[in-house]
Design a protein around this ligand. Structure first.
Ligand code: DAH
Length: 342
């Protein structure tokens, strides 16, 4: 076979091989086979030394032309394959961003949390600091330092969860008052939200676990007028600017004098309705001037300082705020319930 036939055969083989190739990776293998060191064309080039000197230039030219032809074949195939592969990738990786999907459900804050945040906001705005205390509490802080005597009914195991003789689940947030007075110097202005516990049966207005928000202010010359002004601001913030408040004389061992505070009914604005049982008023909290005995027991000289305190039932004001008829709804954790108050 003459050289030109051999070259033609190599080119024909290259054409068939390149046509059959289906991927750029396979094409690279063909490139090595056809043009590499072990390829047929390179073989021919090597064997040129055996040709008579005068035939060599023509042979070299043919071989180089063949090399050029095959290179073009490979390049043509390469760009065609690359285009095909890109088109395939675009099909494979196609993402329909308009396809309707199940939206992720986003949670909502619980109504109790929303009211708590609003109350904290209100008092923080008046310069109060948020302080917390333990839920498992010593009798000493929960009762003793708050002037709650040994025979007081609140101490009964019927009302209080005892861990042992000295340790209880706190029955109110008031022990945080005692802890704060013992650890700080006046002026003190704190608000203490937290979970409290009482041995109550569950019903529409009772739960063995609920929340209170305690407030305490101690400084020189703090008066009941300051207490009233502070609570009036709180009432307006929570239930609207036309909310009024009234003090009713009451008793708490840790305050003297003590009062229970009613706000004008948010529902009828004082006219009298079902929510306020016809009175126009709704009871929302207990308060008073800190009993001098408590001040002294907690290391604050009662001849120098006075203070006021109050305790708000968080569930109660939440129910009033949103017209929730049954406290159990606040504890059941049904998200359909929580979603109503956004
Ligand atoms: N600790 C009281 C309770 O649990 C609520 C309370 C009333 C707190 C009057 C106070 C207060 O700080 O001054 O019923």
């Amino acid at each position: 076979m003459g050289l030109s036939e051999q070259i033609q055969e190599i080119i024909d083989d290259a054409r068939r091989a390149v046509d059959a190739v289906a991927s750029t990776a396979a094409l690279e293998q063909e490139r090595v086979r056809l043009l590499g060191k072990k390829g047929a064309l390179t073989g021919l080039l090597r064997s040129m030394g055996q040709l008579p000197a005068e035939e060599r230039p023509a042979a070299g030219q043919m071989i180089n032309q063949a090399r050029e032809t095959i290179t073009q074949l490979l390049e043509g195939a390469e760009s065609a394959l690359a285009e095909k592969e890109l088109a395939q990738r675009l099909v494979d990786e196609k993402l329909d961003v308009t396809e309707p999907r199940q939206l992720m459900r986003v949670g909502v804050p619980h109504p109790t949390t929303m009211v708590l945040n609003e109350v904290l906001d209100c008092f923080i705005g008046m310069g109060f600091e948020v302080v917390e205390g333990p839920q498992v509490e010593l009798d000493h802080y929960n009762f003793e330092l708050l002037n709650i005597p040994k025979n007081h009914p609140a101490r009964d195991a019927q009302d209080t969860f005892y861990i042992d003789d000295n340790i209880v689940l706190r029955t109110h947030t008031s022990p945080v008052q005692a802890r704060t007075m013992l650890s700080r110097k006046p002026p003190i202005r704190i608000i203490c939200p937290g979970r409290v516990f009482r041995a109550d049966e569950v019903d529409a207005t009772h739960s063995p676990v609920f929340h209170q928000i305690e407030g305490l202010v101690i400084d020189r010359d703090v008066t009941m007028g300051d207490l009233r002004g502070t609570l009036a601001a709180f009432g307006k913030r929570l239930y609207g600017d036309d909310t009024r408040l009234r003090f009713r004389p009451s008793f708490f061992p840790f305050t003297e004098p003590s009062a229970e505070v009613d706000l004008t009914c948010f529902n009828c604005h004082g006219e009298g309705c079902r929510v306020c049982k016809g009175t126009g008023w709704i009871e929302v909290l207990g308060c008073g001037m800190v009993n001098p005995k408590v001040l002294d027991m907690c290391g604050i000289p009662s001849d120098e300082y006075t203070g006021f305190a109050f305790g708000i039932g968080l569930e109660r004001i939440t129910m009033l705020r949103y017209g929730i008829p049954d406290m159990r709804l606040l504890f059941e954790g049904d998200e359909r319930f929580a979603r109503q108050f956004r």
